[in-house]
Design a protein around this ligand. Structure first.
Ligand code: EPU
Length: 291
């Protein structure tokens, strides 16, 4: 399997040591082995917010998408839904909408897995996933699992305190949803879904490349800086929304990184605003490509 197979951008070299645990026990054994060999590793979920190096990768990559268990417990009017990190956010949202449970109405169109969404506190202007997290189970480097309450995790704009746990993996998340009126939940989700009309849906992208600066929109600044339509190799800044880079035609990861850098420089030169990457990378770093 390659980065190209496993990411929405469709870019990236071969994973020479791809590990695909199906549950916490398997993950624990894998992490114990990696730890005892003194190696590092990368984690890949739905591949929707990540740029994978063009080079073949020897470093182990742990793919979470087969950890898909779902357990439901009712506690009064609250539903505790415990999901493996690999459950698609789209599937979890569909279940909550079907049942009339409130909490994920903001999520239509957000790709990726539950694990990635929680670590990056995915969201839209209507809400974020951290607000519904009851607790998270983390697998530590030696293979021991610990649980952290949602209220003990720092949640910010496209960030969570879980990002500081670099050598640990979120392998299970318990969500707390509120029983609500099905029509109201559906109406709210529809309102959120309308936003996606202004985004390049169905094209090969990794979502927004940059985070919004405080009180502004990265897309707006990139657009004003004339970035729409700029290209490097097969990578092009979307003509629909300037904060999306499309893999239009056989782009390499280096093309995307270079194009992102060019855009960042433009915004910096014109507006004096240094955009921060929302896009994550595996096997390479972003923001050091000159530009
Ligand atoms: N705009 C432009 N030109 C563009 C793009 C946007 O002028 O090319 C203007 C829009 O007209 C609007 C403003 O900028 O006035 C804000 O744009 P938009 O409503 O598209 O929201 P955004 O701030 O660009 C954020 C999130 C999206 C999320 C939407 C809707 C970030 C970096 N982006 O976009 O999240 O879907 O709000 O909630 O926070 C993502 O994180 O990957 C992502 C796509």
């Amino acid at each position: 399997m390659t980065g190209a197979d496993l990411t929405t951008l469709g870019i990236g070299g071969k994973f020479l040591d791809l590990l695909v645990p199906e549950d916490g026990n398997e993950l624990s054994l894998m992490m114990r082995r990696i730890h005892s060999e003194g190696r590092s590793f990368s984690v890949l979920g739905g591949g929707s917010n990540v740029l994978v190096t063009d080079e073949d990768m020897e470093t182990p990559v742990i793919l979470t998408t087969s950890m898909k268990s779902v357990r439901i417990n009712r506690e009064g009017e609250r539903l505790l839904v415990t999901c493996g990190a690999g459950v698609a956010l789209r599937d979890l949202m569909a279940m909550t909408l079907r049942e009339g449970w409130s909490g994920l109405e903001f999520a239509p169109g957000i790709p990726g897995t539950v694990g990635g969404a929680v670590v990056g506190n995915a969201g839209s202007r209507y809400g974020t996933i951290g607000q519904s997290v009851h607790s998270v189970r983390l697998m530590r480097p030696g293979g021991a699992s610990t649980e952290i309450g949602g209220e003990d995790i720092e949640w910010g704009y496209r960030m969570s305190g879980l990002q500081r746990e670099e050598l640990s993996i979120v392998w299970e998340v318990a969500f707390s949803f509120r029983e609500s009126d099905r029509n109201a939940v559906l109406a709210e989700a529809k309102r959120s879904a309308a936003i996606r009309g202004m985004q390049p849906v169905g094209r090969r992208t990794a979502g927004c490349v940059f985070m919004n600066p405080p009180e502004d929109s990265a897309g707006r600044l990139l657009d004003l800086a004339g970035c729409k339509g700029l290209s490097v190799g097969g990578a092009v800044v979307s003509d629909i929304h300037a904060n999306f880079i499309e893999n239009a035609e056989g782009a390499s990861a280096a093309d995307v990184a270079k194009l992102a850098d060019v855009c960042r420089e433009r915004v910096s030169d014109i507006f004096g605003v240094r955009l921060r990457f929302e896009l994550k990378s595996i096997g390479m770093s972003l923001g050091d490509c000159g530009g």
